[in-house]
Design a protein. Sequence first.
Length: 108
Amino acid sequence: MKKIINQVHQGDVFLVRMDKLPEGMKSRKDRTLKLGEATGHHHTLTGGKVYGTMDSVQWVVVENKPEKLEHLPFPNIEHNTVPVPVGIWMVPAQVSDNGEKERRMIED
């Protein structure tokens, strides 16, 4: 039986497998999903296409072969490189909610 992976996680980056990409999305040139503020690192895909912006929900499409989500420029320090299987992935924007009106994006 083939195991289907429905979630991928690396640090503050979380990918959830989806059935389809929303209509009207345009891909962007870079493949960085999150920037770290403390050490200057970033969570970046080795391939595939990324849709959306870092400050909102992002979408990833991996075709033909699995890609990798790397923690650069410090691979395998803090966060290991993780495989991202072929498929369509949603990268939700993570927010901190303390029960009050103000909410903020979670920084790595």
